[in-house]
Design a binder for this molecule. Sequence first.
Ligand SMILES: Cc1cc2nc3c(=O)[nH]c(=O)nc-3n(C[C@H](O)[C@H](O)[C@H](O)COP(=O)(O)OP(=O)(O)OC[C@H]3O[C@@H](n4cnc5c(N)ncnc54)[C@H](O)[C@@H]3O)c2cc1C
Length: 300
Amino acid sequence: MAEGYDYIVVGGGSAGCVLANRLSENEAVRVLLVEAGSRDWNPLIRVPLLATFWLRKTYHNWGYATEPESHLNNRRVDWPRGKVLGGSSAINGMVYTRGNRGDYDHWAQLGLREWSYEKVLPFFRKSENFEEGESEYHGSGGELPVTRTPVRDERYDAFIEAGQQAGYPKNMDFNGENQEGFGRFHFTIRNGERWSTARSFLTPVLGRRNLSIMTGAHLLRIVIEKGRAKGIEVKQGSQTKLVYADGEVILSCVAITSPTALMVSGIGPAACRPGAGGAELAGSSDNPLRARMRSTGQSL
Ligand SMILES: Cc1cc2nc3c(=O)[nH]c(=O)nc-3n(C[C@H](O)[C@H](O)[C@H](O)COP(=O)(O)OP(=O)(O)OC[C@H]3O[C@@H](n4cnc5c(N)ncnc54)[C@H](O)[C@@H]3O)c2cc1C
């Protein structure tokens, strides 16, 4: 297969669904979203109370575990990651709290000027549909529902009060000016249902003719020609396919897999390059490299 896309986005999780939405706004560009997991057909994904249920499952969850940790009596620590459209936002705790202003500003100081808090805040606000409406720190016209929990529990109140008694401020808006203190979280839940990024950003634009989605498609490597990423090799079912990008290949397959994908494609530390025995993309057992993580998740 040698179709040309302007953008190939690999990983249809929190980041990938937003990217697929925003990039395909421009009808002139062709976007392909590649996801190893399935469509998010499973109605159980929508049930907030089942968030912990997915941690013990290996469907919709890669089921990673660390190597034995010497400081933890050699225990392996479970490391869940979503494997479905929506990615980890389909199995996570749904707490909506932005990163800390100080971290973004630190990145800006290091040279990433477009990543200061002032620069990224408008993009957060653009994505949000906050139930209490628009303000300096909140958006109301976006795709992602952001709500306060309607749950009232006196133990919750007692916990916040205990924080105050210990000398900490009460903070009822961790997405406001200041993140410090004890208070209640915001959630990406609406009408009692989880709103993953697939549901918020992808489902509404499935009709776009310039947006294609491959599910059950496992990235094996990035195809690099003359020093440029020209496409990807994916395994879908028993077939291995090459898909080409006229423009860019964007990796959004989580902080574990994106760097591993670079390394198995020959980008990164020489010791991790193919043949040198360093990393492996989970599920691609024929890959020559080995990872310092194991996947108990099912293969394709
Ligand atoms: C159990 C749990 C609870 C959490 N709770 C919260 C919370 O309450 N609040 C919060 O803010 N954050 C929470 N997080 C963290 C948050 O969900 C993640 O930081 C975020 O979803 C990461 O987004 P991402 O796009 O980088 O990766 P993901 O959303 O994980 O998406 C990566 C996608 O890439 C796909 N992929 C991976 N490898 C390949 C491959 N080889 N080929 C093709 N596709 C591939 C995956 O299947 C997945 O769909 C939680 C995470 C977990 C796991």
